[in-house]
Design a protein around this ligand. Structure first.
Ligand SMILES: [Zn+2]
Length: 214
């Protein structure tokens, strides 16, 4: 398990934050990224442009939410802390305001199994957590609940969260969720797409599990 000082992990957190914007799944500095370390997690700081981030700007936090470093942590540190506490399978978290995912979230719409790749998020839908003010404990509780048995969720009137066992897998999942959100949004322009049945999604989920990846 990396320590709070890990320069390599700090650089990977920065690279992941820049990767969100390079992939077009985040704009400006609205998103945030974290990675689990021994005793807590590393998280992007509040309000600094990603391109200006240096390893020393990344904030180390413990499980009680105490920060150490020169910068204040992202205002969304509570849901990062609480997801790590609730989910031992999660070692990295990516939060973005990806345009298509956020468009659906602004309509309080979960993404159903309109496409089999929904299973990449761990189940037969991608839930939309109810709205709560950014940075609050209430939002964190909603996010943890929406992520139960899942690796991604939408946040109503806000954005999305993707988690993984590495920064790379969390970022890749965030990009996949945004692609699915865009396809669902496009389908909704023409009609209401049918959803795959539960037993078919169970088959897909089983194949994903046994192959490790789709
Ligand atoms: Zn946000």
């Amino acid at each position: 398990m990396p320590t709070p000082d890990s320069p390599v992990l700090r650089e990977r957190v920065i690279a992941t934050a820049m990767g969100m914007n390079a992939l077009g799944i985040n704009h400006g500095r609205s998103g945030n990224v974290s990675a689990r370390i021994d005793g807590g997690f590393l998280i992007t700081p509040s309000a600094l442009p990603y391109a200006e981030l240096r390893a020393a700007d990344i904030v180390a936090m413990n499980h009680e939410g105490a920060a150490s470093g020169a910068r204040p942590p992202s205002t969304e540190w509570r849901f990062h802390r609480d997801i790590y506490a609730a989910r031992p399978d999660v070692d990295a978290i990516v939060h973005t305001h990806a345009p298509f995912a956020t468009t659906l979230a602004c309509l309080d719409r979960a993404i159903p199994a309109f496409h089999y790749m929904i299973a990449v998020a761990g189940g037969d839908d991608i839930r939309c957590a109810p709205y709560a003010t950014f940075g609050t404990q209430e939002l964190s509780a909603h996010a943890v609940r929406a992520l139960e048995g899942r690796k991604a969720c939408l946040l109503a009137h806000h954005g999305m969260i993707a988690v993984g066992d590495s920064l790379e897998s969390a970022l890749a999942l965030a990009a996949e969720v945004e692609t699915l959100a865009e396809m669902y949004w496009r389908a909704l322009q023409i009609g209401e797409p049918a959803t795959l049945e539960a037993n078919e999604m169970a088959t897909v989920l089983e194949k994903f599990t046994s192959y490790g990846k789709p």
